[in-house]
Write a protein that binds this ligand. Structure first.
Ligand code: GLC
Ligand code: CA
Length: 519
């Protein structure tokens, strides 16, 4: 880290899924006041910034990613005064606040969409959304929605409107200047209230290709996966999107030291890097580690391409193992004791890297995904897929804080918005804080070292040759990080041990599914 680096360059940031973090008023749903009451915990964890998922006015068809008024707080989460209190207290604790904005679509309850429904085809009200005529009973093209089913819904006068996500999330028409003016107004509204940056939802969406071409039939199948956005998907990553990011950047730059961070599910490294050009976004979520299976070669490959993409445009990398849209890593890596051991190792790999790290709430507790019963599922994917895809609820179960039974201090209500498993008594914050061997203690030590130890400097990594199934890299400041996925113990690289994700073998070897930091 050099003194010229912006605050986000190497920050450890923490994603608060507000609904699941802490409930202050006993309705079983997390809220802003609940978050405020737990800021001390986040300070103890040592994170430098919080990203809050949407808390704006919303009918909650997609838990807040369907925004009915982007410049107000939904009563479920509190009010503007509660937000102001969160930001004031977070700043007091030295933490930055990043808020989500959702420019690709609005809620169907947004006053604009209600006006569009009431208006005629061809009217200025309809021109704020993507309305089109179909062919008889057929929609204008064959695009599927990310949540299953067609991306088009027909209205009574016969026209169709586009929704890449749920029908309750109509896509905005970014060819209409009114839409960018309104987003600029929203950005300034929150910047004036003191936010330090924005996470831009579906930042590879928004612009639509001319003529809205259908997807070739033989490619259609691969486009039904959640947010996979493979190459040549006409729904995402249209060239026109970059003008929108230049507009966003110019508004954000009116205020000093503010971050524009995009959610960009674009696999092609060169196309991904385009979003990070000097007049576009400062940073973007890179999902290489989220998608890599637990294998040293694959993880190394993901790291290399993430570093290269950022470097090619003079930006700073970001790393993330999970978020509210993907299966939690403990589960992805094999669940139970094995999955936890591997997740511990990956936490050290991630926190050893140059760039920003985004931790999803509960990751620092080693929470696994939860197998929820059918009747409690709420993600629109469950209904839209005709009950074939269970959706994302399993990674969104509320955070367990203390005590011996649900709701573990998350709420005073027994009925939390998603049920919490009784086995999570072992994973509560309170228990883990006292246990030096817990996942939480590992995260705290690792974050502390990363912040204070001069070995964690320099923006590059140098790879060592090592045994198959293992890797080790060195940062210019002297930090060495070694990971063993090989199935057998291997010798450690030379250096003094700073931290290991699990006990070393008797001869000082690095056991499998373990990572170590040396300097
Ligand atoms: C983003 C969000 C996801 C949401 C979708 C639609 O991918 O992370 O939770 O469902 O956008 O807004
Ligand atoms: Ca609440």
């Amino acid at each position: 880290m050099t003194s010229r680096d912006p605050w986000w360059a190497n920050a450890v940031c923490y994603q608060v899924y507000v609904r699941s973090f802490a409930d202050s008023n006993g309705d079983g749903i997390g809220d802003l006041e609940g978050l405020r009451s737990r800021l001390g915990y986040l300070e103890l964890l040592g994170v430098q910034a919080l990203w809050l998922t949407p808390f704006y006015r919303s009918p909650m068809a997609d838990h807040g990613y369907d925004v009915a008024d982007p410049r107000d707080v939904d009563p479920v989460f509190g009010d503007l005064a509660a937000f102001d209190a969160v930001i004031a207290d977070a700043h007091e604790c030295g933490m930055k606040i990043i808020v989500d904005v959702v420019p690709n679509h609005s809620s169907d309850q947004h006053e604009w969409f209600q006006a569009a429904l009431a208006a005629e085809p061809g009217s200025p009200e309809r021109a704020r959304y993507v309305f089109a005529d179909g062919e008889g009973d057929e929609p204008p093209n064959n695009w599927p929605s990310i949540f299953g089913g067609p991306a088009w819904t027909q209205v009574p006068d016969g026209q169709w409107y586009l929704h890449l996500f749920a029908p309750e999330q109509p896509d905005l028409n970014w060819a209409n200047p009114e839409i960018s003016e309104d987003l600029a107004k929203t950005l300034r509204f929150w910047l004036d209230r003191g936010v330090d940056g924005f996470r831009i939802d579906v930042a590879h969406g928004m612009a639509k290709p001319d003529g809205l071409p259908s997807i070739p039939a033989d490619e259609l199948k691969q486009f039904s996966e959640l947010l996979a956005a493979p190459e040549h998907d006409p729904r995402f990553d249209a060239d026109g999107v970059h003008d929108i990011h230049r507009m966003i950047r110019s508004v954000v730059d009116e205020y000093p030291d503010k971050l524009a961070l995009g959610e960009i599910w674009v696999r092609d490294a060169d196309r991904f890097a385009m979003y990070l050009r000097p007049d576009e976004l400062h940073q973007a979520f890179y999902f290489g580690l989220t998608e890599a299976v637990y294998d040293a070669d694959e993880i190394r490959e993901a790291i290399t391409s993430g570093l290269q993409a950022a470097e090619s445009v003079g930006s700073h990398s970001t790393w993330t193992l999970s978020n509210h849209d993907v299966v939690r890593e403990v589960t992805r890596y094999g669940d139970g004791e094995l999955g936890t051991r591997r997740a511990r190792a990956m936490a050290l790999v991630e926190l050893a890297l140059p760039g920003a790290v985004y931790i999803y709430n509960g990751e620092e507790l080693g929470l696994p995904n939860v197998d929820l019963p059918d009747e409690v599922l709420q993600d629109p994917t469950w209904e839209r897929s005709g009950h074939t895809e269970r959706g994302r609820d399993g990674c969104r179960v509320p955070v367990p804080w203390e005590g011996n039974e649900p709701p573990f201090g998350f709420s005073t209500a027994e009925d939390t918005w998603l049920p919490m498993p009784p086995e999570w008594r072992e994973l509560c914050v309170e228990k883990q804080l006292e246990d030096p061997g817990s996942m939480l203690s590992l995260y705290r030590s690792a974050i502390d070292l990363r912040q204070k130890n001069p070995a964690f400097t320099g923006n590059t990594v140098e790879w060592f040759a090592g045994p198959a199934g293992c890797f080790a890299f060195r940062r210019p400041g002297g930090l060495i990080c070694a990971l063993n996925t090989s199935g057998a113990p291997v010798p450690l690289p030379p250096g003094d041990l700073l931290l290991a994700s699990g006990p070393l073998a008797e001869d000082g070897y690095l056991p499998t599914d373990t990572a170590a930091w040396l300097a």
